[in-house]
Structures are given as C-alpha cells and as structure tokens.
Design a protein around this ligand. Structure first.
Ligand SMILES: *Cc1c(COP(=O)(O)O)cnc(C)c1O
Length: 375
C-alpha cells in the first residue's frame, strides 16, 4: 500500500504531471469532422509556431503518436533518399536519430562526443567543410538521456553559414528554453504535446520551413508518417488525415492557455530552473552528486550518480520513493550507474522539496544514509 493517497507526482521527462485544468479538458468527446474541433487544431498550430516566431517562414504540422513518430516523419519527409546527414552524438536520443536514419537507409556521418560533453559547433563546421556531400545536420537540443543542453544557436549559425539544412529534435526543450527561428535558423524543429508544454502524450508536431516542406512531396518512405501529405490534407480540409488524438489536442489547447498565463517561455524556463536548483542542492546535501558540470546542466532533467554502495539497487530505491508519492526515472548511460530526476511538468520548487525529503527517507530506510552516498 502506498503511504500517500493521491496519484504519484511524475519526476520524469514525459509523460509528466499535468494540471487539473488540463486533465479536465479531456472530459468531452469530439468528432473529427466537427468544425469546432478543427478550429482547435488550427489555433493550436498557430500558437505553436508563435512560440518560435515562425509564422512568416514556417508551418506547423501535427502528427499522431509519440515524439519519435514525429522525428521519424521529419527525417523521412525532409531528407531526400539521395541526402546525407551529419549526426552529432552525445547521448541516447542522438543515437535514436542515427538508428532512424539507418532504418530509412539514408547516408549518415556520425560525429561522436563524450557523454557529458556538449556538442562543439566548430567541430560540426569542420565536418561539414570536410564533406560537401552532407545535405543536412540532425541533432538533439536538450539530450534527455543525460540532461545536457547543446549550443543550438551557435550550431545553427555554423550550419547556415555552410549552406546546409538543420533538423532539430527539441522535444524536451521546446517551450522551456528560448528558441527563435529568426536567430536560430532551422529547416525543421520537432517537439511533442507531453513535455515542457505540459500537455498529455499522444501527438508530436514539426515546425518546418514552408519551402522545404513544399519541395518534399513524394519523398517519404511511409504513408502514415508523410508530413507533406499530412500538411496538404490539413490545408485543404482543416481536418487531420487519419483519426486525430482529439483528447490530446483539447488538453494541449488548455495547457497552452496556462503556459501563456504563466508568462510563456521565460516564466516556464525560470520555474524549471528553480526546480532544478532545489533538487540539486537538496540531493547534494544528502551526499548525491550530479553527473554534469553545472554550466552544461539543462533545467529539464538531472542525472545523479547512484550511491557507490554494495547495497544500492535502483528498483528498491524506485519503489521506496514511489511509496512516498513520487516517480523517478532510471539512468540511461552506458558507462556509469545513475538515476534521473525530471524538473518539468506541473510541479513547483515546494513539490521538489517533498521529493528530496522522500529520497532522503528512502535512502535511510535502505541503509544508505548517513554517509553512504559519497561516491
Ligand atoms: C521524449 C523525447 C523524444 C521522444 O520520445 P518518445 O518516447 O517517442 O515520446 C525524443 N527526443 C528527445 C530528446 C526526448 O526527450
């Protein structure tokens, strides 16, 4: 029996804890042909574009499915079969882009960086210079596998200067970290409903440069993931091409109203940063060490070293914290034992204090405190 009689708070990078208002927005049914629902979709797409000031140059194409579906759709639609993609890699979601491109049989150039090291714009520029056949660069803005944030604006400038196209997986940063397409030129940027916008999971969206999308007709390997076809159908009919995730759309519309009321990206980013400060300070006081240098650490998710103790077991730790009302995330690193705590979702620094308390109590219960945590 859990000790706390409420839904556990999700300290995870999606799905995440949503507000009551957002959950209540789903207590209706909508028809996919209904004009009221299709107006919601149109309004939603305009608002998503406005977050990056993209309306003059870009279009928003929503897509059913989890975020990876939208990444695969963007790569499959926008990279021609004769294209070649440079993939800078400092973590698990970069590796997923590589995997998608391999499945799609597109030529790739892998540019690895150490886990825990930010991508280097100059190294990306050098790789582009060395290989004029590269048409696209595909990268992850905030690498959720570790929590590292990559220097997107610098990289975008280098890619633009070399005349190549940039495709950005901004899944875990969109809405929380500043991105302005006028200063950070991109061909396409991909995000999803259930991350920093604090909607529920179920749809991704791609903000694509209008001319690039126009030029991509017939290029996609897939029927259902063809962004050009999805876009054209929506332009003609205002409807989704296949059954829309109606409740997800309604929840995201409501979540965006709260996003604007909170103060948009600056306020959302500031709340997450405050969550991160409380978390890092609180867990450091228990003897736990974050993986990354503070300068590289995003306000999205923090990776901590597991206690270097023979009694450490992530499943036991997870269960103890869950019983106290919070859900954590396992590590995703290949080399060191870690666990991750998300800072995003409808949670405040006061909630994070409770998480720290629950983690301390669990470590004590497992015999890992006091003093057992120092690695
Ligand atoms: C969440 C996330 C995705 C998408 O993952 P899904 O499980 O398909 O939703 C992709 N990239 C990054 C960086 C993410 O954080």
């Amino acid at each position: 029996m859990p000790l706390i009689d409420r839904d556990p708070l999700l300290l995870t990078p999606g799905p995440l804890t949503t507000s009551l208002r957002t959950k209540q927005a789903m207590l209706h049914d909508w028809g996919s042909w209904d004009a009221a629902f299709n107006r919601m979709t149109g309004q939603l797409c305009r608002q998503l574009l406005d977050i990056v000031h993209g309306a003059p140059s870009h279009v928003c194409v929503p897509l059913q499915g989890s975020g990876t579906f939208a990444v695969e759709a963007a790569l499959g639609t926008l990279v021609p079969r004769s294209g070649k993609v440079l993939v800078p890699d400092n973590g698990a979601y970069c590796a997923r882009i590589l995997h998608i491109l391999q499945v799609l049989d597109r030529a790739v150039v892998h540019l690895p960086f150490a886990e825990g090291q930010a991508m280097d714009a100059a190294a990306i520029g050098a790789a582009l210079q060395a290989d004029p056949a590269i048409t696209h660069v595909a990268l992850v803005h905030c690498e959720t596998g570790t929590g590292i944030v990559n220097p997107l604006q610098e990289i975008a400038a280098v890619v633009a200067a070399q005349g190549r196209a940039l495709i950005v997986d901004a899944m875990s940063s969109f809405g929380a970290l500043p991105i302005d397409v006028r200063a950070t030129p991109f061909e396409a940027l991909i995000a999803a409903s259930g991350k920093c916008l604090e909607g529920v999971p179920g749809m991704g969206f791609v903000l694509a440069r209008r001319e690039a999308l126009q030029a991509s007709a017939g290029q996609c390997h897939s029927l259902a993931l063809d962004l050009h076809a999805q876009w054209q159908y929506m332009e003609k009919t205002t409807q989704w091409r296949f059954t829309p995730p109606t409740h997800v759309v309604a929840a995201l519309v409501e979540a965006l109203q709260q996003y604007q009321a909170e103060g948009g990206q600056p306020a959302r980013g500031a709340r997450y940063a405050a969550n991160r400060e409380r978390l890092v300070q609180g867990l450091q006081a228990l003897g736990l060490r974050p993986l990354l240098d503070a300068a590289l650490q995003s306000p999205i998710i923090v990776t901590f070293h597991a206690p270097a103790h023979p009694q450490w077991s992530f499943p036991a730790f997870y269960e103890g914290v869950r019983q106290r009302g919070f859900i954590l995330y396992p590590g995703k690193l290949t080399q060191v034992e870690t666990f991750r705590v998300g800072c995003i979702g409808a949670i405040t620094p006061e909630d994070v204090d409770q998480v720290v308390h629950a983690i301390g109590a669990t470590l004590r219960q497992l015999g890992l405190l006091p003093g057992a945590c120092a690695a």
